[in-house]
Design a binder for this molecule. Structure first.
Ligand code: FE2
Ligand code: FE2
Length: 566
C-alpha cells in the first residue's frame, strides 16, 4: 500500500474517534436514536473509503470522489454535533480541525482545502446563528461566529502546512525509491543467465515502482525481425493480500502489438493518456487506461545512423489513472538499461555457445582417438536426455544434462593413452590418475561461465548412490536427479560398449548388472526407466552405428540363431 492510500485508510479508521469525542462533548443534548443514526452513517461512508483504499485499482477509480464525499459527510456530522451544543464556547467546533487536517494529510490540493474551509465556516456560522438567535444578543452571536471562523481558519493554515510538507516528503521519498530501484536493478542486470529471466525482473521492478497496472516487453527477433513477447508482468496483489480483479486486465494483445509496431517503425515513444489522446497515429482509440510504449534502442557507434531498435517496453496504468511524469522517466531509464543489458547478454550467449561447441568438438576428437570410447559422450548424451524426458524433467533441465553429458569426460585429456587403452587391470597409481578426470573436466569447463548445475554434473558423474563413488563420495541426499541420470547413462554406455579390458556385455548380463546396481551404485527409479526403454527397444537406435562397427549385432544374431538351432 502506498503512502497516499495508507493515509486515506488511516483517516477512515480514525473517524470513529472523532465521532466518539463529538458525542462526549454533546453529552445529554444528543438522543440515543441520533447517536445510532450518526454511528450508522459514519460506518457506511468510512467502510466505503476503507474498502476503496485497500486496492490500487479501486482507489485510482473511486478514491478521489469517495474522499470528497467523506469530507462533506464529516462536515455534516460535526455541524450536527455543533448544533446540539449551543453554548458560546462549544468545544465541538474544534472537530472541524479534524476535517481540515486530514484533508491536508491525505494530500488535498489548495482548491480542495479552500472549499473544505469555506463549507466549515459557513456551516459553523449557520449553526451558531440558529442555535443562539433566541437566547443571545446580536453582538454575542457575531462574536461567536467570528471566533469559531477564526478557529477554523487556523485549522486551514495548519492543514496547508501539513499538505505542503507531505507532498515534498512524498516526492522526495518516491524519487529516492526510483534511484534505489535503478541502482539495485542496474547492479543485478549482469547476474542473469537468460534474457527472459532478466526481462521478468525488469518488468516487475518497473510495475512495482511506478505503481502501474502491468507491463510487457517485446523483443525484435534477430532473424525474422518480428516482435515477440519476451515477458509480461501484472501484479497478483497490491500488497494487501487481495487477488487481482478483472478490472486490472491490461490492453488486449493486438492493441499492445499495434503500439509496439508503431514504436519500432517510427523509432519514437508512444504515449496515450486516459481517454485516448496519444502521440501516435491511433486516433480511433478511446481507452480509459494510460499506456506508454518506449523503444529499446542500442547505439553501436557514435553516429545516429547506428541506432537500432531491439524491442519495446509497454507499460499501462490502472483504469482512470494517468501515468505520472516521474513514472514515465523511470520507464524510459529502464528501457535504456534493458536494451544495453540485452545486447550484451546476446553477445555473451553467442560467444558462450561458440566456446561450448568448440569444447564439445574437442571432447569428440579426444574420443575419436580411441576406437573403444569413440562416440561415448554423444551416446551418453542421447541416453541421458531420453531418460530425463522419460522422468518428466522440464526442457531447461534436459538442456543442462545435454551439455554436461557432452563434456563430462573431457578431463580424460589429462589421462595418458597408456592408462586409457590399457587392456589389463590398472595399478593403484594409474587408477588414481584415472579418478582425477571428473575434477579435470570441471576445471576445463569452469572458465566457460557454465552454470553451477552443469559443473556439478560434470564433476560428479562417477558418484555412487551408496556414497562409495568419486571424487567426493557424495551421500545419496546430495545427489540430485539429473546427476543420478547421468551416472546411469554413463555406466550403461560403458557396459553396452566394447572396452580394452573386456568384450561387449551380453544384453541379459547387462540387465542383470543394472538390476544388481540399482539401489547400490545407481538410482533404482532411473534404472527402472532405463530397463523400460531397453525393453521397448528405444535405446537400440542410439547403438545401431556402434554395434555395426563392433559387430555386436552379428554376435547377437548368431546367439539367437544358435538358440533356434538348438
Ligand atoms: Fe568419466
Ligand atoms: Fe563417461
Amino acid at each position: 500500500m502506498d503512502a497516499n492510500r495508507r493515509a486515506v485508510f488511516l483517516v477512515s479508521c480514525l473517524r470513529w474517534l472523532v465521532v466518539a469525542s463529538g458525542m462526549a462533548v454533546a453529552g445529554e443534548h444528543v438522543q440515543v436514536w441520533q447517536i445510532g443514526a450518526v454511528a450508522l452513517l459514519t460506518l457506511a461512508y468510512n467502510g466505503a473509503v476503507s474498502w476503496c483504499a485497500l486496492r490500487e485499482e479501486r482507489f485510482s477509480k473511486y478514491g478521489k470522489n469517495l474522499s470528497t464525499v467523506a469530507g462533506i459527510l464529516d462536515i455534516a456530522v460535526i455541524t450536527f454535533l455543533v448544533g446540539r451544543t449551543p453554548s458560546f464556547y462549544s468545544p465541538a467546533v474544534a472537530l472541524y480541525w479534524f476535517v481540515l487536517v486530514t484533508t491536508g494529510y491525505t494530500g488535498g490540493s489548495v482548491r480542495r482545502l479552500a472549499l473544505v474551509t469555506s463549507f466549515s465556516v459557513m456551516a459553523s456560522a449557520a449553526m451558531g446563528f440558529l442555535a443562539m438567535r433566541t437566547s443571545a444578543s446580536s453582538a454575542e452571536i457575531l462574536t461567536t461566529i467570528l471566533l469559531r471562523s477564526a478557529i477554523i481558519t487556523c485549522g486551514a493554515l495548519v492543514a496547508a502546512f501539513i499538505s505542503t510538507t507531505r507532498k515534498n516528503d512524498d516526492v522526495a521519498s518516491e524519487r529516492y525509491s526510483y534511484l534505489h530501484a535503478i541502482r539495485s536493478c542496474g547492479a543485478k542486470l549482469t547476474t542473469f543467465r537468460s534474457v527472459h529471466e532478466m526481462v521478468l525482473h525488469v518488468l516487475e521492478v518497473v510495475v512495482t515502482k511506478t505503481r502501474t497496472a502491468g507491463a510487457q516487453l517485446l523483443l525484435l527477433d534477430e532473424e525474422s525481425l518480428q516482435l515477440q513477447c519476451e515477458g509480461a508482468f501484472v501484479p497478483e496483489n497490491d500488497g494487501c493480500g487481495a487477488t487481482q480483479g478483472a478490472q486490472n486486465v491490461g490492453p488486449d494483445e493486438s492493441a499492445i502489438r499495434s503500439y509496439a509496431e508503431w514504436v519500432v517503425k517510427s523509432r519514437r515513444e508512444f504515449l496515450m493518456r486516459v481517454g485516448g489522446a496519444n502521440s501516435g497515429e491511433h486516433s480511433q482509440i478511446t481507452d480509459d487506461r494510460s499506456v506508454v510504449a518506449v523503444p529499446l534502442t542500442w547505439q553501436s557507434s557514435g553516429t545516429d545512423d547506428d541506432v537500432s531498435v531491439q524491442g519495446v517496453l509497454v507499460v499501462w496504468g490502472y483504469t482512470g489513472q494517468d501515468i505520472s511524469e516521474d513514472a514515465l522517466h523511470i520507464v524510459r531509464i529502464f528501457a535504456a538499461m534493458s536494451a544495453a543489458a540485452i545486447v550484451n547478454m546476446r553477445l555473451y550467449t553467442n560467444m558462450q555457445k561458440s566456446f561450448l561447441r568448440t569444447l564439445q568438438s574437442l571432447a569428440k576428437g579426444l574420443e575419436a582417438r580411441d576406437e573403444y570410447t569413440q562416440g561415448h559422450s554423444e551416446r551418453v548424451m542421447q541416453v541421458s536426455c531420453m531418460l530425463a524426458r522419460e522422468l518428466d524433467c522440464n526442457p531447461e533441465t534436459v538442456e543442462l544434462l545435454r551439455n554436461a553429458s557432452l563434456l563430462h569426460d573431457i578431463g580424460k585429456i589429462g589421462v595418458p593413452d597408456a592408462i586409457l587403452r590399457k587392456p589389463g587391470k590398472l595399478t593403484s597409481e594409474e587408477w588414481e590418475t584415472m579418478r582425477r578426470h571428473p575434477l579435470v573436466s570441471e576445471e576445463i569447463c569452469r572458465p566457460l561461465g557454465l552454470s553451477d548445475e552443469i559443473l556439478f554434473l560434470v564433476k560428479h558423474h562417477h558418484e555412487r548412490l551408496d556414497g562409495k563413488g568419486y571424487p567426493d563420495g557424495l551421500d545419496a541426499s546430495e545427489q540430485p536427479l539429473l546427476q543420478r541420470i547421468l551416472v546411469v547413462a554413463d555406466a550403461f554406455d560403458a557396459m553396452r560398449s566394447r572396452r580394452p579390458y573386456r568384450d561387449i556385455m551380453p544384453i541379459e548380463d547387462l540387465r542383470a548388472e543394472l538390476n544388481r546396481s540399482a539401489g547400490r551404485a545407481m538410482d533404482p527409479t532411473v534404472v527402472s526407466s532405463l530397463l523400460g526403454l531397453m525393453e521397448n527397444g528405444e535405446t537400440d537406435a542410439i547403438y545401431e552405428e556402434h554395434d555395426r562397427s563392433t559387430g555386436f549385432l552379428v554376435c547377437e544374431i548368431t546367439a539367437e540363431d544358435e538358440r533356434k538351432a538348438a
